[in-house]
Write a protein of this length. Sequence first.
Length: 344
Amino acid sequence: MIDPWFLANLVCPIDHQSLDCRGSKLTCAADHAYPVVDGVPVMLVPGAEQTIDVMSASLERADGGAIDRRAPELYLESLAISEEEKQGVIDLAQRGGRIDPVVAFLVAATNGLMYRHLIGALDRYPLPQIPLPPGQGRSLLDVGCSWGRWTLAAHQRGYDAVGIDPSLGAVMAARRVSRELGVGVRFVVGDARHLPFAPRRFDCVYSYSVLQHLSRADAANAVAEMGRVLVDGGIAKVQMPTRFGLRCLYHQARRGFREGRGFEVRYWSLPSLRRLFGTAVGLPHRIEADCYFGVGLQPADAALMTPRLRGVLSVSQWLKGISLRFPPLIWAADSVFVEAARAR
């Protein structure tokens, strides 16, 4: 069975036609078919160039192939991790505990490298405070949701939240966590460049630490898709890394200031971000500091941090406060939020 909401709001990501449920697949009039795995629609476009190498693995697993028999319920083959890391997830699962083993192992990948000390050591789910006004039931799409931390944070803020990610394994982890917490959010497996939603469906689109891994062209396509699914006057709020942040400059210098390849981070100047979102979504738009000295530092996670990281977080928050009164300081932020409204 499939949630009726999906039939009312999902469309074919290729031609945007409506979908019917035929057996275990969603099919459009052009016979493009998408599998449904335990109620989760897998809306990836077959043959599309991959931005992350979980897409083909997610499709293959959704069609019943390439199952890792060591822990089939964890969908390890679609998590984009090494064999050694898969064994680490299995070990955590066998050990048991309060935290989902996939989340416990992926925390550094989703929350940032400064969270590496928490791998296998979490005692609660690190849900951040989403920087948005109260949702009051408005709809929100979390693009690149992974295990669902921002989707769940949006729900806590009062949004009717939906998460989408190309990793079937991550989405299944997100659904396990949401069920464990008793939270009514929905998840879809899909591609940011080919969002499988009807036009003007969401009041807000949010994304954190996702588009930075896409090429410039793919990022532009993803932002255009965000604009397409927003209602008139709807807001896109997206985190992006900057070209001139201190830690960002360090990482760029380490790779000789060349452009990113594959899943490597791309760094953006503030004017280029204004052009990207102004063209693809609309005006007005603004850019504000997210954090300094790294990406992903969240005040809600302070209790999980080492004393050194709490010190970094404090300085980052202090600089963020100053940037509200002295906007040029935003240029030195390593991570910024870009906010744009779809033109009415």
